[in-house]
Design a protein around this ligand. Structure first.
Ligand code: CAA
Length: 258
């Protein structure tokens, strides 16, 4: 891979967008490499949590590559949108939990990748924003759909229409960032959360992720029905037996299923 680096420290995979000279701008190849890397990680039974971050100390990713897009026509724009959505869909739906370690600017397509992750942890110098309408386009990597689901329609419309950026503290205040930490502590904070999640019953975590994701597109009744089905499924697992027996025996559980 040219622009994406994968480092596995079981049970955690760290995926780094590595184009720091242009603030990790996302061209088509970067999006393809992110998707290929996530597919590789999803197939790895030893990895329970994926951390996505950007190389350098200035940017997570400053958006889709404007130097590429400036030359592109409508068909190519649609192709780029498909690539951005493929990466976003993987972050949102792979069986592992995904954490965005937002280490600086997360703009445009970079913000959209962070939005597709399950959890966002920001460093104090992070800035989030969707500047697309200032470039004559719109957020085409899921931003118009995911931002409003995370921070509400009113705030999402304001950020998208004005192109205003929010800093880390404001992102935390409006629920865009789960936590804000000093930059030098960012990866440790993400790793600590990743390990905490990985210590739980992984198959149950995946099913919980699945059920919560269903809530974003289903009505309450079908979402609750899905939740009931998944609970029934989990009652039939070894890990449910182990988790409850361990509680009653006052010992730590030894979960094995994924
Ligand atoms: N695409 C291509 N190159 C980019 C880039 C981008 N999105 N963002 C930054 N760069 C490049 C700059 O051109 C510059 O390159 P050179 O050194 O070769 O001139 C280098 O990265 C450093 O950037 P700056 O000098 O601009 O750094 P700064 O600290 O002054 O500003 C910034 C930082 C505010 C993030 C500014 O770079 C910026 O506004 N970037 C563009 C942000 C943007 O509009 N992103 C949205 C793209 S649209 C999109 O993402 C569409 C979609 O959803 C599919």
């Amino acid at each position: 891979m040219k622009y994406v680096k994968l480092s596995i420290q079981e049970p955690v995979a760290v995926v780094t967008i590595d184009r720091p000279d242009c603030l990790n701008a996302l061209n088509s190849q970067v999006f393809r490499e992110i998707s290929a890397t996530l597919q590789e990680v999803e197939a790895n039974d030893q990895v329970r949590v994926v951390i996505l971050t950007g190389a350098g100390d200035k940017a997570f990713a400053a958006g889709a590559d404007i130097a590429q897009m400036v030359h592109e026509n409508g068909k190519q724009g649609k192709e780029l949108a498909l690539l951005t959505h493929q990466a976003g869909d993987l972050l949102e739906n792979i069986r592992q939990v995904t954490i965005a370690a937002v280490n600086g600017y997360a703009l445009g397509g970079g913000c959209e990748l962070a939005l597709a992750c399950d959890i966002r942890i920001a460093s104090e110098n992070a800035h989030f924003g969707l500047p697309e309408v200032g470039l004559g386009i719109l957020p085409g990597g899921g931003g118009t759909q995911r931002l409003s689901r995370i921070i509400g329609v009113g705030r999402a419309k304001e950020l998208i229409f004005t192109c205003d950026q929010v800093d880390a503290q404001e992102a935390y205040r409006i629920g865009l960032a789960n936590h804000v930490v000093p930059q030098e502590e960012l990866m440790d904070a993400c790793m600590a959360m990743a390990k905490k999640i990985a210590s739980k019953a992984s198959f149950a975590v995946t099913m919980a992720k699945n059920a919560i994701n269903v809530s974003m597109s289903a009505d309450m009744k079908s979402g609750c029905s899905k939740e009931q089905d998944l609970l029934g499924l989990l009652f039939a697992t070894q890990d449910k037996q182990e988790g409850m027996t361990a509680f009653l025996e006052r010992r730590k559980p030894n979960f094995t299923e994924f």
